[in-house]
Design a protein around this ligand. Structure first.
Ligand SMILES: C[S@@+](CC[C@H](N)C(=O)[O-])C[C@H]1O[C@@H](n2cnc3c(N)ncnc32)[C@H](O)[C@@H]1O
Length: 543
Protein backbone atom coordinates (compact mmCIF):
# COMPACT_ATOMS: atom_id res chain seq x y z
CA UNK A 1 0.00 0.00 0.00
CA UNK A 2 1.44 3.49 -0.81
CA UNK A 3 2.66 5.38 2.28
CA UNK A 4 0.09 8.16 2.07
CA UNK A 5 -2.80 5.68 1.95
CA UNK A 6 -1.24 3.74 4.86
CA UNK A 7 -1.01 7.00 6.86
CA UNK A 8 -4.62 7.96 6.08
CA UNK A 9 -5.91 4.57 7.14
CA UNK A 10 -3.62 4.25 10.18
CA UNK A 11 -4.73 3.63 13.75
CA UNK A 12 -2.30 6.41 14.69
CA UNK A 13 -4.23 9.02 12.68
CA UNK A 14 -7.44 7.74 14.25
CA UNK A 15 -5.85 8.13 17.73
CA UNK A 16 -4.66 11.66 16.92
CA UNK A 17 -8.20 12.54 15.82
CA UNK A 18 -9.23 11.67 19.40
CA UNK A 19 -6.39 13.70 20.91
CA UNK A 20 -6.78 16.71 18.61
CA UNK A 21 -9.60 18.60 16.87
CA UNK A 22 -7.56 19.14 13.71
CA UNK A 23 -5.94 15.77 12.85
CA UNK A 24 -5.62 16.85 9.20
CA UNK A 25 -3.16 19.57 10.18
CA UNK A 26 -1.15 17.04 12.18
CA UNK A 27 -1.15 14.58 9.25
CA UNK A 28 0.03 17.28 6.84
CA UNK A 29 2.98 18.00 9.16
CA UNK A 30 3.83 14.38 9.96
CA UNK A 31 4.44 12.89 6.59
CA UNK A 32 7.39 14.39 4.67
CA UNK A 33 10.98 13.34 5.33
CA UNK A 34 12.70 15.38 8.03
CA UNK A 35 15.26 18.01 7.12
CA UNK A 36 18.89 17.24 8.08
CA UNK A 37 19.67 18.94 11.39
CA UNK A 38 22.97 19.06 13.31
CA UNK A 39 24.50 20.39 16.51
CA UNK A 40 27.93 22.03 16.44
CA UNK A 41 30.27 20.91 19.24
CA UNK A 42 31.46 24.04 21.11
CA UNK A 43 34.27 22.08 22.80
CA UNK A 44 36.24 21.91 19.54
CA UNK A 45 38.58 24.84 19.07
CA UNK A 46 37.50 25.26 15.44
CA UNK A 47 33.74 25.31 16.07
CA UNK A 48 33.41 28.75 14.47
CA UNK A 49 35.00 27.42 11.32
CA UNK A 50 32.46 24.56 11.29
CA UNK A 51 29.62 27.08 11.74
CA UNK A 52 31.03 29.11 8.85
CA UNK A 53 31.03 26.02 6.64
CA UNK A 54 27.40 25.29 7.55
CA UNK A 55 26.40 28.85 6.76
CA UNK A 56 28.30 28.65 3.49
CA UNK A 57 26.18 25.72 2.28
CA UNK A 58 22.95 27.59 3.12
CA UNK A 59 22.15 26.15 6.59
CA UNK A 60 20.00 28.11 9.01
CA UNK A 61 20.31 28.35 12.79
CA UNK A 62 17.52 26.74 14.78
CA UNK A 63 16.06 29.74 16.61
CA UNK A 64 14.78 28.00 19.75
CA UNK A 65 18.06 26.19 20.48
CA UNK A 66 19.69 27.34 23.73
CA UNK A 67 22.96 26.26 25.30
CA UNK A 68 26.59 26.02 24.44
CA UNK A 69 27.22 25.46 20.73
CA UNK A 70 24.61 25.93 18.05
CA UNK A 71 22.04 23.94 16.08
CA UNK A 72 21.34 24.13 12.36
CA UNK A 73 18.84 23.04 9.71
CA UNK A 74 20.60 22.11 6.50
CA UNK A 75 19.10 22.89 3.08
CA UNK A 76 18.24 19.25 2.27
CA UNK A 77 16.45 16.28 3.79
CA UNK A 78 17.96 13.75 6.15
CA UNK A 79 20.51 11.61 4.34
CA UNK A 80 20.02 13.48 1.03
CA UNK A 81 23.34 15.39 0.91
CA UNK A 82 25.40 14.72 -2.21
CA UNK A 83 28.98 14.90 -3.45
CA UNK A 84 31.53 16.96 -1.51
CA UNK A 85 28.93 18.21 0.96
CA UNK A 86 27.97 14.64 1.81
CA UNK A 87 31.64 13.72 2.41
CA UNK A 88 32.34 16.81 4.44
CA UNK A 89 29.28 16.22 6.64
CA UNK A 90 30.44 12.66 7.26
CA UNK A 91 33.95 13.92 8.12
CA UNK A 92 32.66 16.61 10.49
CA UNK A 93 30.45 14.05 12.23
CA UNK A 94 33.18 11.39 12.43
CA UNK A 95 35.65 13.83 13.96
CA UNK A 96 33.13 15.02 16.59
CA UNK A 97 32.87 18.58 15.27
CA UNK A 98 29.18 18.16 14.74
CA UNK A 99 26.51 15.65 15.67
CA UNK A 100 23.65 14.78 13.38
CA UNK A 101 20.56 14.85 15.53
CA UNK A 102 16.87 15.30 14.95
CA UNK A 103 15.92 18.80 16.14
CA UNK A 104 13.31 17.79 18.77
CA UNK A 105 15.78 15.32 20.26
CA UNK A 106 17.88 18.34 21.32
CA UNK A 107 15.14 19.55 23.69
CA UNK A 108 15.68 17.26 26.72
CA UNK A 109 19.34 18.19 27.26
CA UNK A 110 18.42 21.90 27.03
CA UNK A 111 15.76 21.39 29.73
CA UNK A 112 18.21 19.34 31.81
CA UNK A 113 20.63 22.30 31.71
CA UNK A 114 23.61 20.46 33.26
CA UNK A 115 26.28 22.77 34.71
CA UNK A 116 30.06 22.30 34.58
CA UNK A 117 31.28 20.15 37.48
CA UNK A 118 28.00 18.29 37.98
CA UNK A 119 27.56 14.53 37.97
CA UNK A 120 24.75 13.54 35.62
CA UNK A 121 23.08 10.24 34.71
CA UNK A 122 21.77 9.58 31.20
CA UNK A 123 19.74 6.51 32.08
CA UNK A 124 18.79 5.23 28.59
CA UNK A 125 21.61 6.65 26.55
CA UNK A 126 22.34 4.76 23.33
CA UNK A 127 23.12 5.78 20.60
CA UNK A 128 24.25 8.79 22.63
CA UNK A 129 23.23 11.96 20.83
CA UNK A 130 21.89 13.40 24.08
CA UNK A 131 24.93 12.17 26.04
CA UNK A 132 27.18 14.18 23.73
CA UNK A 133 24.95 17.24 24.15
CA UNK A 134 25.13 16.90 27.95
CA UNK A 135 28.95 16.67 27.64
CA UNK A 136 28.88 19.96 25.77
CA UNK A 137 27.04 21.54 28.71
CA UNK A 138 29.58 20.11 31.17
CA UNK A 139 32.63 21.27 29.19
CA UNK A 140 35.87 20.36 30.93
CA UNK A 141 34.46 19.48 34.34
CA UNK A 142 31.94 16.98 35.66
CA UNK A 143 30.77 13.59 34.47
CA UNK A 144 27.87 12.13 32.54
CA UNK A 145 27.22 8.46 33.28
CA UNK A 146 25.74 7.16 30.03
CA UNK A 147 23.86 3.93 30.70
CA UNK A 148 22.50 1.36 28.27
CA UNK A 149 21.11 -2.13 28.87
CA UNK A 150 21.38 -3.73 25.40
CA UNK A 151 24.85 -5.12 24.71
CA UNK A 152 25.12 -4.16 21.04
CA UNK A 153 23.80 -0.71 21.82
CA UNK A 154 26.47 -0.23 24.50
CA UNK A 155 29.07 -0.63 21.74
CA UNK A 156 27.27 1.95 19.63
CA UNK A 157 27.31 4.30 22.61
CA UNK A 158 31.06 3.84 23.14
CA UNK A 159 31.71 4.51 19.43
CA UNK A 160 29.61 7.66 19.57
CA UNK A 161 31.22 9.14 22.70
CA UNK A 162 34.68 8.34 21.31
CA UNK A 163 33.78 10.13 18.10
CA UNK A 164 32.70 13.18 20.10
CA UNK A 165 35.99 13.31 22.04
CA UNK A 166 34.89 14.93 25.26
CA UNK A 167 36.31 14.10 28.67
CA UNK A 168 33.15 13.77 30.72
CA UNK A 169 31.28 10.63 29.51
CA UNK A 170 31.43 7.37 31.45
CA UNK A 171 29.67 4.50 29.66
CA UNK A 172 27.99 2.03 32.02
CA UNK A 173 26.01 -1.14 31.32
CA UNK A 174 22.98 -1.78 33.55
CA UNK A 175 19.27 -2.24 33.46
CA UNK A 176 18.29 1.32 34.38
CA UNK A 177 15.61 0.02 36.75
CA UNK A 178 18.28 -1.42 39.01
CA UNK A 179 21.27 0.85 38.40
CA UNK A 180 23.31 0.97 41.65
CA UNK A 181 23.22 4.07 43.81
CA UNK A 182 26.71 5.27 42.92
CA UNK A 183 27.62 8.00 43.74
CA UNK A 184 26.02 7.45 47.12
CA UNK A 185 25.04 11.10 47.49
CA UNK A 186 22.95 10.92 44.31
CA UNK A 187 23.18 12.53 40.87
CA UNK A 188 22.82 16.26 40.30
CA UNK A 189 20.65 15.67 37.22
CA UNK A 190 19.17 12.65 35.45
CA UNK A 191 17.85 12.28 31.92
CA UNK A 192 15.30 9.49 31.45
CA UNK A 193 14.83 9.16 27.68
CA UNK A 194 12.79 5.99 27.77
CA UNK A 195 12.08 3.35 25.12
CA UNK A 196 8.67 4.21 23.63
CA UNK A 197 6.38 3.40 20.70
CA UNK A 198 7.79 6.30 18.66
CA UNK A 199 4.38 7.57 17.58
CA UNK A 200 5.99 11.00 17.04
CA UNK A 201 8.62 9.65 14.63
CA UNK A 202 6.59 9.07 11.45
CA UNK A 203 8.74 11.54 9.49
CA UNK A 204 11.82 9.48 10.35
CA UNK A 205 10.34 5.95 10.58
CA UNK A 206 7.39 5.67 8.16
CA UNK A 207 6.97 2.04 9.30
CA UNK A 208 5.24 3.46 12.37
CA UNK A 209 2.16 4.21 10.19
CA UNK A 210 1.51 0.53 9.68
CA UNK A 211 2.57 -0.71 13.10
CA UNK A 212 1.44 1.67 15.84
CA UNK A 213 -1.29 0.47 18.18
CA UNK A 214 -2.48 1.87 21.55
CA UNK A 215 -1.70 -1.50 23.15
CA UNK A 216 2.02 -0.87 22.32
CA UNK A 217 2.10 2.10 24.68
CA UNK A 218 0.30 0.14 27.38
CA UNK A 219 2.89 -2.63 27.16
CA UNK A 220 5.76 -0.15 27.72
CA UNK A 221 4.09 1.90 30.46
CA UNK A 222 5.30 -0.20 33.44
CA UNK A 223 8.91 -0.17 32.23
CA UNK A 224 8.70 3.61 31.73
CA UNK A 225 7.30 4.06 35.25
CA UNK A 226 10.00 1.81 36.73
CA UNK A 227 12.81 3.76 35.00
CA UNK A 228 11.48 7.15 36.12
CA UNK A 229 10.92 5.79 39.65
CA UNK A 230 14.56 4.71 39.85
CA UNK A 231 15.63 8.16 38.71
CA UNK A 232 13.65 9.73 41.57
CA UNK A 233 15.51 7.44 44.00
CA UNK A 234 18.90 8.34 42.50
CA UNK A 235 18.66 12.12 42.19
CA UNK A 236 20.01 14.41 44.95
CA UNK A 237 17.71 16.66 46.98
CA UNK A 238 17.47 19.79 44.84
CA UNK A 239 18.31 17.75 41.73
CA UNK A 240 16.46 17.70 38.41
CA UNK A 241 15.05 14.86 36.30
CA UNK A 242 13.97 15.22 32.68
CA UNK A 243 11.57 12.54 31.40
CA UNK A 244 11.28 12.37 27.61
CA UNK A 245 9.63 10.25 24.92
CA UNK A 246 9.17 10.55 21.17
CA UNK A 247 5.57 9.42 21.59
CA UNK A 248 2.35 11.43 21.56
CA UNK A 249 0.40 8.86 23.56
CA UNK A 250 -0.61 10.11 27.06
CA UNK A 251 -0.29 6.55 28.42
CA UNK A 252 3.49 6.77 27.78
CA UNK A 253 3.71 10.44 28.74
CA UNK A 254 1.52 12.21 31.28
CA UNK A 255 0.27 8.92 32.79
CA UNK A 256 3.83 7.81 33.59
CA UNK A 257 4.65 11.13 35.26
CA UNK A 258 1.36 11.06 37.21
CA UNK A 259 2.06 7.55 38.50
CA UNK A 260 5.54 8.52 39.67
CA UNK A 261 4.24 11.66 41.40
CA UNK A 262 1.61 9.49 43.08
CA UNK A 263 4.29 7.22 44.53
CA UNK A 264 6.99 9.78 45.42
CA UNK A 265 7.44 12.34 48.13
CA UNK A 266 9.14 15.71 47.78
CA UNK A 267 9.01 15.68 43.97
CA UNK A 268 7.22 18.32 41.90
CA UNK A 269 6.93 19.21 38.25
CA UNK A 270 8.64 22.28 36.93
CA UNK A 271 7.29 24.29 34.00
CA UNK A 272 8.96 23.16 30.76
CA UNK A 273 7.65 26.30 29.05
CA UNK A 274 9.94 28.38 31.31
CA UNK A 275 12.93 26.26 30.36
CA UNK A 276 12.19 26.15 26.63
CA UNK A 277 10.58 29.57 26.09
CA UNK A 278 10.74 29.70 22.29
CA UNK A 279 9.74 26.12 21.51
CA UNK A 280 6.31 25.86 19.88
CA UNK A 281 5.02 23.23 22.31
CA UNK A 282 1.73 23.01 24.19
CA UNK A 283 0.92 22.23 27.80
CA UNK A 284 0.66 18.59 28.84
CA UNK A 285 -2.85 17.30 29.47
CA UNK A 286 -4.55 16.12 32.61
CA UNK A 287 -7.25 14.10 30.89
CA UNK A 288 -7.32 11.50 28.10
CA UNK A 289 -9.68 8.78 26.94
CA UNK A 290 -8.90 5.06 26.74
CA UNK A 291 -8.42 3.79 23.18
CA UNK A 292 -8.89 0.31 21.77
CA UNK A 293 -6.60 -1.07 19.08
CA UNK A 294 -8.71 0.55 16.34
CA UNK A 295 -7.82 3.90 17.92
CA UNK A 296 -11.45 4.40 18.96
CA UNK A 297 -12.54 5.68 22.36
CA UNK A 298 -13.66 2.60 24.26
CA UNK A 299 -13.91 1.14 27.66
CA UNK A 300 -10.61 -0.68 27.80
CA UNK A 301 -9.51 -2.36 31.00
CA UNK A 302 -6.68 -0.04 32.04
CA UNK A 303 -4.89 -0.07 35.39
CA UNK A 304 -5.22 3.11 37.43
CA UNK A 305 -1.67 4.14 36.60
CA UNK A 306 -2.58 4.51 32.89
CA UNK A 307 -5.69 6.56 33.52
CA UNK A 308 -5.99 10.32 34.05
CA UNK A 309 -5.21 11.13 37.70
CA UNK A 310 -8.12 11.68 40.01
CA UNK A 311 -5.89 13.56 42.53
CA UNK A 312 -6.18 17.31 42.02
CA UNK A 313 -2.61 17.87 43.26
CA UNK A 314 -1.27 15.73 40.42
CA UNK A 315 -3.74 16.75 37.70
CA UNK A 316 -2.94 20.42 38.29
CA UNK A 317 0.78 19.81 37.73
CA UNK A 318 0.58 17.85 34.45
CA UNK A 319 0.14 20.97 32.24
CA UNK A 320 3.68 21.95 33.31
CA UNK A 321 4.95 19.25 30.94
CA UNK A 322 5.23 19.96 27.21
CA UNK A 323 3.84 18.13 24.18
CA UNK A 324 5.50 19.00 20.92
CA UNK A 325 3.36 18.16 17.88
CA UNK A 326 5.05 17.42 14.55
CA UNK A 327 3.14 20.07 12.59
CA UNK A 328 3.68 22.84 15.16
CA UNK A 329 7.47 22.47 15.30
CA UNK A 330 8.00 21.31 11.72
CA UNK A 331 9.80 18.16 12.88
CA UNK A 332 9.19 15.13 15.08
CA UNK A 333 6.61 14.74 17.84
CA UNK A 334 7.92 14.74 21.42
CA UNK A 335 7.00 14.88 25.10
CA UNK A 336 9.05 16.35 27.96
CA UNK A 337 8.40 16.62 31.69
CA UNK A 338 10.78 18.06 34.28
CA UNK A 339 10.68 16.89 37.90
CA UNK A 340 12.61 18.43 40.77
CA UNK A 341 13.29 16.94 44.17
CA UNK A 342 12.91 19.54 46.89
CA UNK A 343 16.05 20.65 48.73
CA UNK A 344 14.62 19.44 52.00
CA UNK A 345 13.53 16.03 50.68
CA UNK A 346 15.16 13.60 53.01
CA UNK A 347 17.96 11.65 51.41
CA UNK A 348 16.78 8.12 50.92
CA UNK A 349 17.69 6.52 54.24
CA UNK A 350 20.68 4.28 53.66
CA UNK A 351 19.47 0.70 54.06
CA UNK A 352 21.05 -1.29 56.84
CA UNK A 353 24.31 -2.79 55.69
CA UNK A 354 24.70 -6.29 56.98
CA UNK A 355 28.26 -6.94 55.88
CA UNK A 356 31.11 -4.62 54.99
CA UNK A 357 33.64 -6.15 52.65
CA UNK A 358 37.33 -5.47 52.95
CA UNK A 359 39.22 -4.19 49.92
CA UNK A 360 40.84 -7.60 49.51
CA UNK A 361 37.51 -9.38 49.45
CA UNK A 362 36.12 -7.41 46.52
CA UNK A 363 36.52 -9.05 43.15
CA UNK A 364 38.49 -6.86 40.76
CA UNK A 365 36.79 -5.12 37.84
CA UNK A 366 37.24 -6.74 34.45
CA UNK A 367 40.70 -6.18 32.92
CA UNK A 368 39.19 -4.15 30.16
CA UNK A 369 37.39 -1.80 32.52
CA UNK A 370 39.07 1.63 32.80
CA UNK A 371 41.15 2.23 35.93
CA UNK A 372 43.41 5.07 37.09
CA UNK A 373 46.84 4.56 35.51
CA UNK A 374 49.06 2.40 37.68
CA UNK A 375 52.38 3.88 38.90
CA UNK A 376 54.54 1.93 36.45
CA UNK A 377 52.53 3.27 33.48
CA UNK A 378 52.56 6.78 34.98
CA UNK A 379 56.36 6.82 35.05
CA UNK A 380 56.59 5.54 31.44
CA UNK A 381 54.17 8.30 30.34
CA UNK A 382 55.94 10.99 32.33
CA UNK A 383 59.34 10.16 30.91
CA UNK A 384 57.95 10.03 27.34
CA UNK A 385 55.95 13.27 27.56
CA UNK A 386 57.95 15.25 30.11
CA UNK A 387 54.82 15.73 32.23
CA UNK A 388 51.94 13.68 33.51
CA UNK A 389 48.54 15.15 32.61
CA UNK A 390 45.97 14.90 35.41
CA UNK A 391 43.07 12.48 35.23
CA UNK A 392 44.67 9.81 33.05
CA UNK A 393 43.07 6.35 32.96
CA UNK A 394 44.06 3.06 31.41
CA UNK A 395 41.68 0.83 29.43
CA UNK A 396 43.51 -2.13 27.90
CA UNK A 397 46.31 -0.51 25.89
CA UNK A 398 44.59 2.83 25.65
CA UNK A 399 45.23 5.94 27.74
CA UNK A 400 42.09 7.94 28.46
CA UNK A 401 41.77 11.53 29.62
CA UNK A 402 38.94 12.37 32.01
CA UNK A 403 37.91 14.78 34.80
CA UNK A 404 38.42 14.96 38.58
CA UNK A 405 34.72 14.25 39.17
CA UNK A 406 35.07 10.83 37.49
CA UNK A 407 37.89 10.06 39.89
CA UNK A 408 35.74 11.18 42.84
CA UNK A 409 33.13 8.59 41.84
CA UNK A 410 35.84 5.90 41.64
CA UNK A 411 36.96 6.87 45.16
CA UNK A 412 33.51 7.36 46.63
CA UNK A 413 32.00 5.00 49.18
CA UNK A 414 30.44 2.32 47.06
CA UNK A 415 26.94 1.08 47.30
CA UNK A 416 25.53 -2.25 48.28
CA UNK A 417 25.58 -5.54 46.43
CA UNK A 418 22.29 -7.38 46.63
CA UNK A 419 21.14 -4.74 49.15
CA UNK A 420 23.26 -6.26 51.93
CA UNK A 421 26.96 -5.75 51.37
CA UNK A 422 28.76 -2.44 51.15
CA UNK A 423 31.63 -2.57 48.67
CA UNK A 424 34.58 -0.29 49.51
CA UNK A 425 35.71 2.49 47.12
CA UNK A 426 38.78 2.59 44.88
CA UNK A 427 37.10 0.51 42.18
CA UNK A 428 33.93 0.61 40.07
CA UNK A 429 31.97 -2.36 41.37
CA UNK A 430 28.99 -2.56 41.71
CA UNK A 431 28.98 -0.19 38.69
CA UNK A 432 29.87 -1.83 35.37
CA UNK A 433 32.00 0.74 33.61
CA UNK A 434 32.84 0.00 29.98
CA UNK A 435 34.60 3.16 28.81
CA UNK A 436 35.30 6.70 29.89
CA UNK A 437 36.66 10.02 28.70
CA UNK A 438 38.70 10.95 25.68
CA UNK A 439 41.06 8.43 24.02
CA UNK A 440 44.42 10.16 24.30
CA UNK A 441 47.16 7.72 23.33
CA UNK A 442 48.03 4.07 22.80
CA UNK A 443 50.59 1.95 24.56
CA UNK A 444 52.63 -0.75 22.87
CA UNK A 445 55.00 -3.13 24.62
CA UNK A 446 54.92 -0.99 27.75
CA UNK A 447 55.81 2.27 25.94
CA UNK A 448 53.67 5.18 24.69
CA UNK A 449 53.24 4.40 21.02
CA UNK A 450 51.26 7.31 19.66
CA UNK A 451 49.02 10.21 20.52
CA UNK A 452 45.49 9.95 19.11
CA UNK A 453 44.77 12.71 16.56
CA UNK A 454 41.62 13.92 18.31
CA UNK A 455 43.54 14.48 21.58
CA UNK A 456 46.48 16.40 20.10
CA UNK A 457 44.91 19.81 20.77
CA UNK A 458 44.13 18.88 24.39
CA UNK A 459 47.55 17.43 25.09
CA UNK A 460 49.98 19.61 23.17
CA UNK A 461 49.98 22.64 25.50
CA UNK A 462 50.58 20.39 28.53
CA UNK A 463 53.40 18.25 27.15
CA UNK A 464 56.72 20.05 26.75
CA UNK A 465 58.63 16.91 25.69
CA UNK A 466 56.00 15.64 23.32
CA UNK A 467 55.37 18.73 21.19
CA UNK A 468 57.37 21.15 19.03
CA UNK A 469 56.41 24.40 17.32
CA UNK A 470 57.01 24.45 13.57
CA UNK A 471 56.34 26.69 10.55
CA UNK A 472 52.99 26.30 8.84
CA UNK A 473 54.64 25.34 5.53
CA UNK A 474 55.97 22.19 7.14
CA UNK A 475 52.48 21.11 8.18
CA UNK A 476 51.12 22.00 4.73
CA UNK A 477 53.86 19.83 3.22
CA UNK A 478 52.98 16.88 5.44
CA UNK A 479 49.31 17.24 4.52
CA UNK A 480 50.32 17.19 0.84
CA UNK A 481 52.30 13.97 1.55
CA UNK A 482 55.69 15.54 0.90
CA UNK A 483 58.68 13.61 2.27
CA UNK A 484 59.95 15.38 5.40
CA UNK A 485 63.00 14.39 7.43
CA UNK A 486 63.30 14.84 11.21
CA UNK A 487 66.08 17.33 10.47
CA UNK A 488 63.81 19.52 8.29
CA UNK A 489 61.12 19.38 10.97
CA UNK A 490 63.63 20.29 13.69
CA UNK A 491 62.78 17.15 15.67
CA UNK A 492 65.91 15.01 15.25
CA UNK A 493 66.13 14.47 19.00
CA UNK A 494 62.71 12.77 18.92
CA UNK A 495 61.83 9.14 18.18
CA UNK A 496 58.24 7.91 17.90
CA UNK A 497 54.97 9.73 18.60
CA UNK A 498 55.09 13.55 18.77
CA UNK A 499 52.87 16.62 18.19
CA UNK A 500 53.72 19.44 15.79
CA UNK A 501 52.13 22.81 16.54
CA UNK A 502 51.77 25.49 13.85
CA UNK A 503 53.33 28.49 15.57
CA UNK A 504 50.86 30.93 13.98
CA UNK A 505 47.51 29.11 13.61
CA UNK A 506 48.14 26.78 16.62
CA UNK A 507 46.88 23.78 14.60
CA UNK A 508 48.23 20.62 16.25
CA UNK A 509 49.10 17.50 14.28
CA UNK A 510 50.27 14.17 15.69
CA UNK A 511 53.22 12.65 13.81
CA UNK A 512 55.46 9.63 13.97
CA UNK A 513 59.17 10.47 13.89
CA UNK A 514 61.26 7.69 12.36
CA UNK A 515 63.54 7.88 9.30
CA UNK A 516 60.99 10.40 8.05
CA UNK A 517 58.23 12.35 9.73
CA UNK A 518 54.78 10.91 8.99
CA UNK A 519 51.35 12.28 9.81
CA UNK A 520 49.30 10.10 12.16
CA UNK A 521 45.82 11.30 11.28
CA UNK A 522 42.78 9.56 9.87
CA UNK A 523 41.45 10.58 6.46
CA UNK A 524 38.58 12.63 7.84
CA UNK A 525 40.76 14.71 10.20
CA UNK A 526 43.27 15.21 7.40
CA UNK A 527 40.73 16.36 4.84
CA UNK A 528 39.21 18.86 7.29
CA UNK A 529 42.60 20.26 8.27
CA UNK A 530 43.54 20.61 4.60
CA UNK A 531 40.33 22.49 3.88
CA UNK A 532 40.78 24.74 6.94
CA UNK A 533 44.29 25.59 5.78
CA UNK A 534 43.08 26.39 2.25
CA UNK A 535 44.87 23.42 0.67
CA UNK A 536 43.45 21.22 -2.05
CA UNK A 537 42.72 17.63 -1.08
CA UNK A 538 45.18 15.42 -2.98
CA UNK A 539 44.16 12.24 -4.80
CA UNK A 540 46.57 10.23 -2.65
CA UNK A 541 44.68 11.16 0.52
CA UNK A 542 41.48 9.94 -1.05
CA UNK A 543 42.81 6.41 -1.71
C1 LIG B 1 14.85 6.39 23.14
S1 LIG B 1 16.27 5.39 23.19
C2 LIG B 1 17.49 6.47 23.81
C3 LIG B 1 18.05 7.44 22.81
C4 LIG B 1 19.25 8.21 23.36
N1 LIG B 1 18.93 8.88 24.61
C5 LIG B 1 19.79 9.23 22.37
O1 LIG B 1 19.32 10.37 22.41
O2 LIG B 1 20.66 8.89 21.57
C6 LIG B 1 15.99 4.33 24.54
C7 LIG B 1 17.15 3.43 24.89
O3 LIG B 1 16.86 2.79 26.13
C8 LIG B 1 17.39 1.49 26.10
N2 LIG B 1 16.71 0.70 27.15
C9 LIG B 1 15.63 -0.07 27.06
N3 LIG B 1 15.33 -0.61 28.26
C10 LIG B 1 16.25 -0.14 29.13
C11 LIG B 1 16.51 -0.36 30.51
N4 LIG B 1 15.73 -1.15 31.23
N5 LIG B 1 17.57 0.26 31.07
C12 LIG B 1 18.36 1.08 30.34
N6 LIG B 1 18.17 1.32 29.03
C13 LIG B 1 17.13 0.70 28.43
C14 LIG B 1 17.10 1.04 24.68
O4 LIG B 1 17.93 -0.05 24.32
C15 LIG B 1 17.41 2.30 23.90
O5 LIG B 1 18.76 2.33 23.51
Amino acid sequence: MPWDQLARESVLLQAVSVWRDDPENWLAGSFDRLPETVRVNPLRSDSEWTEGWLEGIGSERIGWFIGPGSAWTLPFNRGAAEGDIREMLADLHETGRLTRQEAVSMLPAIALDAQPGEVVLDMCASPGSKTTQISEHLGEAGAVFANEVVNSRVNMLVTNVQRHRSRTPVVVHHDGRYIPRVPESGFDRILVDVPCTGSGTTRKNPDVWGKWLPSGGRSLHDLQVALLTRAVALVKPGGRIVYATCSLDPVEDEAVVAEVLRNSEGVDMKSVRELLPDVPGEAGRADWPSLDDDGEVAVVEMPESMQPPSEQGIASQLPRSMRVWNDKIGGGGFFIAVLEKSEDASERPAPEVEVKMTVEEVKADSDNSPRPIPDEVASVVESAWGALPNNLWLRGKRLLLSTPEVHDVWESERSRRGGRTRIPGGRWRPLKVIHLGLSAARLRRGAVERIVAGAAHELAPRLPNASSEVDGELIDGLLADEETSPDEAGVNAVKGGHILIDRVTRDCVPVWVGVRVSLMMGKAERRILSLKRGLSITEKEEE
